[in-house]
Design a protein around this ligand. Structure first.
Ligand code: C2O
Ligand code: CU
Length: 476
């Protein structure tokens, strides 16, 4: 009786265990069989939509281009009859225009002959994190007399530039910047491929760089705006072309604070790339805001009518002529090829459905070493609110400008796309690395980070960044 009782107990337990196990088996079976039929999450769809937009990695061409880049003090002629003391790369302002082909590796031996420490940042170039040139984040500053070799293969063809990331509001203003043009198969199709480096100088009565930097006036406003605009270091840059020529004009804004509202009167001009990257659909460049840090590539077919054509800036009440194109000589046959574009730029129209991963509120307050601090989420760099973005996944970030000043926000190491502006969907049809926020504006951005590491995210009004408007995103 007793034994039997135990036996039946064991039997009941055994039956129970078997029942439980089969229940588990059914549940797990259902889970695994259910999985493929479940529609991928919206975030996954957004990543999928992005996947062909640009490459994770570039195929190396095998070419290695070795260059020397030296920062030192020097002089330039920008105002007739004066020698302006500057800081420059390789003896000129702008510094060299480094031209390479997509897939080429550059090895840039940088030497610092300045009286201050410095670094070189490759604006917009997707470089290995250690080559990004940000002191305290990716490398130690290069001391006076010191050197550092920047070695990388740019992953994208396009218009990029470089500048110091130490005391940038002073060092860039003194003349330290140059361009890096990564060519693709389109570069040879144009009659001319031209770079216009647009800069803004604040000069004193002796045509010297006004020696007070980060003034309270600059800090309270939109940074340091100057009294002389130059293109390629000249106050009136003029290029010549023949009637019918098709040219590619690459505009780069290296100014500390000035925003240009571009205008191409009487020219047939089409925008093909923004911040280095081809657009999905070409657009009319008239009315494009070229904020500090931004680039715009314009495809221009010159008219049959000879004469001078201007490219102007109409941001301020008085228009500024940036440069001129003089059309002269015998006409040429216009090269016939379709605009280079990137049809794989995602629309991301469903991005409004996913939650924001990080919101950044931009504002100012009294205090700090300049008397005013520009803050992101109430913190002034080197204090910051850390954030992790997920590698190879759709991430959404939001900027809210609580102030009444301009903030061209620039993210290192990634390209992003504007999703909404002031809460409403806003499809620009292209990627950017710098987006301009007007007073009280907000924008939401989508991005799929493909490059791991610690990347800074800051206002490209260099005085604002100097006074704290900088943070770090970690891509893991
Ligand atoms: Cu031109 Cu940190 O950037
Ligand atoms: Cu700003």
């Amino acid at each position: 009786m007793h034994k039997l009782f135990i036996k039946s107990n064991i039997l009941i337990i055994l039956i129970g265990v078997i029942a439980l196990l089969s229940l588990f088996a059914i549940i797990t079976y259902q889970k695994t069989t259910e999985h493929p039929s479940v529609s991928p999450s919206t975030k996954e769809k957004l990543r999928e939509e992005f996947s062909k937009a640009y490459t994770k990695d570039v195929t190396p061409s095998g070419n290695v281009i070795e260059l020397e880049l030296t920062a030192s003090e020097g002089e330039v002629d920008i105002v007739d009859g004066y020698k302006t003391k500057v800081w420059n790369y390789n003896g000129s302002v702008p510094g060299p225009s480094i031209q390479i082909k997509l897939g080429d590796r550059v090895k840039i031996k940088f030497r610092n002959e300045l009286p201050q420490e410095t670094t070189v940042h490759w604006h917009g170039v997707r470089v290995p994190n250690a080559m990004d040139g940000v002191p305290g984040v990716t490398q130690d500053p290069v001391q006076p007399g010191g050197s550092f070799t920047y070695d990388f293969i740019p992953k994208d063809a396009g218009t990029f530039w470089f500048h110091p990331h130490v005391r940038s509001s002073e060092q860039v203003e003194r003349g330290l910047f140059g361009t890096l043009i990564v060519e693709d198969e389109y570069s040879d199709k144009y009659n001319q491929d031209i770079v216009w480096v647009v800069d803004d100088w604040l000069l004193d009565e002796n045509a010297q760089v006004y020696s007070k930097f980060n003034t309270i006036r600059d800090l309270m406003h939109d940074g340091r705006w100057g009294n002389l605009i130059t293109v390629n270091g000249k106050s009136q840059e003029t290029i010549t072309a023949r009637p019918g020529e098709r040219i590619r004009l690459r505009l780069v804004n290296t100014s500390n604070g000035r925003v240009y509202l571009l205008n191409f009167p009487k020219l047939s001009a089409t925008a093909i790339a923004v911040d280095g990257m081809y657009v999905k659909k070409t657009f009319d460049p008239n009315g494009f805001y070229l904020a500090p840090g931004n680039r715009l590539d314009v495809d221009i077919t010159l008219p049959q009518d000879k004469g001078e054509y201007e490219v102007t800036d109409i941001f301020t009440k008085k228009a500024n002529v940036l440069g001129k194109i003089r059309v002269e000589g015998d006409p040429v046959e216009t090269p016939n090829f379709s605009y280079p574009t990137n049809p794989n730029v995602p629309d991301w129209s469903e991005a409004t459905q996913v939650a924001t991963d990080k919101t950044y509120t931009l504002d100012a307050r009294r205090g700090g070493k300049y008397g005013i601090e520009w803050t992101i989420n109430g913190k002034a760099f080197p204090d910051y609110d850390p954030v992790t973005l997920t590698y190879n996944q759709f991430n959404k970030i939001k900027f809210v400008n609580r102030s009444s000043r301009l903030h061209p926000m620039h993210l290192h190491g990634q390209f992003f796309k504007v999703l909404t502006k002031n809460g409403a969907p806003y499809d620009e049809g292209f990627f950017r690395d710098t987006v301009l926020l007007g007073p009280k504006e907000s924008v939401e951005l989508g991005l799929v980070p493909l490059d791991k590491g610690d990347w800074v995210n800051h206002c490209h009004i260099l005085e604002h960044a100097e006074a704290g408007m900088m943070t770090v995103v970690q891509v893991k």
